[in-house]
Design a protein around this ligand. Structure first.
Ligand code: FES
Length: 326
């Protein structure tokens, strides 16, 4: 067996993290593989909050974030599942090439999709590979004695972790393979839940937006809604907006399909950055006015709710105009 060489040095986004060994690789579907990572000396790994993700380095310069599928309680291994994206930047294809015995640099787990401690029930909604963080939530809820239910949408034959979800949730799992059946279940669940229920959704952006909008229309308070995007690869081009740089006295237009970071760079601003995927936290900017549309995986939910900072490589503006302390 040939063990792939570790990169010469860890990427800054995983610096201060861990060097782990691949202990298992198992296909979930034709395009999704589950990878288990453990300490080469069998030491326990840091615990994590359910719904956390791990940044994994691939090659010398690439990093991607993947949701951890375990409950996070005193783990001896970290498990992630990776969807192969053929036209992506190459990270998922590199992950699919990993074999048992390979070593990788990873960050410590980061939480940006935590369960609400006050929730009396967790309603989980996932599409496709979006199953991974909500599986973590379902496992943690089962361990802690909190109830959860899951609506899982996947194309026939392409569902990952289906058997685990069935075993874990039993009749609290609803599997949907088409839009109509999903819509029917979602409407019913959104209208019958008590006010102690929190909603967690993960999937493509349009899917999440639709679920969250329907929850709002059904009277769910914003504080009960939680979502996690897949990462930069799935981001849409967004709406155009205008940004005022208060200290520089500059006003810039950010067109659809162009990031705020690119716009600032074009205007001659030097903004520290590393991953350009909303993962590493380097490109953070202070917001003075306006509501950022947070699309990163770095800020915590509380930081996002505070709306005083944003990651300019992926995040945009909810409003037509915003002001930055720059
Ligand atoms: S450059 Fe890494 S989060 Fe923006």
């Amino acid at each position: 067996m040939t063990v792939a060489a570790l990169p010469i040095s860890p990427h800054p986004a995983v610096d201060g993290g861990l060097q782990l060994e691949v202990t298992n690789v198992s296909p979930q579907t034709d395009s999704i593989v589950s990878i288990t990572l453990a300490d080469p000396s069998f030491r326990k790994l840091p615990s994590y909050v359910p719904g956390s993700h791990l940044v994994v380095q691939y090659g010398e310069e690439g990093v991607n974030a993947y949701s951890l599928t375990g409950s996070g309680n005193a783990p001896s291994e970290y498990a992630i599942s990776v969807l192969r994206v053929e036209d992506g930047a190459g990270g998922s294809r590199a992950m699919h090439r990993l074999a048992v015995g390979d070593r990788v640099y990873v960050s410590r787990p980061r939480s940006a999709f935590a369960p609400a401690s006050t929730a009396t029930h967790h309603l989980l909604v996932a599409a496709g590979i979006g199953i991974t963080p909500v599986l973590s939530h379902a496992r943690a809820a089962a361990e802690r004695g909190t109830t959860s239910s899951l609506i899982y949408v996947y194309r026939p034959g392409s569902g990952a972790h289906v058997d685990e979800a069935r075993e874990l949730l039993g009749s609290a799992l609803t599997e949907c393979s088409n839009r109509d059946s999903f819509q029917e279940v979602l409407t019913e669940q959104l209208t019958k839940q008590g006010v102690g229920t929190h909603l967690y959704v993960c999937g493509p952006n349009a899917f999440m937006d639709s679920v969250l909008d329907q929850a709002r229309a059904a009277g769910w308070a914003e504080a009960r809604l939680h979502s996690e995007a897949f990462g930069a690869a799935e981001l849409d081009e967004g709406e155009p907006f205008t940004v005022n740089l208060v200290r520089s006295g500059l006003t810039l237009d950010v067109p659809a399909g162009v990031s705020l970071l690119e716009t600032l760079e074009k205007a001659g601003k030097t903004i520290p950055n590393m991953c350009r995927k909303g993962i590493c936290g380097e490109c953070v900017l202070p917001v003075l006015r306006g509501t950022p549309q947070h699309r990163d995986l770095y800020l915590t939910e509380q930081e996002k709710a505070g709306n005083t900072t944003m990651m300019c490589c992926v995040s945009r503006s909810e409003d037509p105009e915003m002001e930055l302390d720059l």
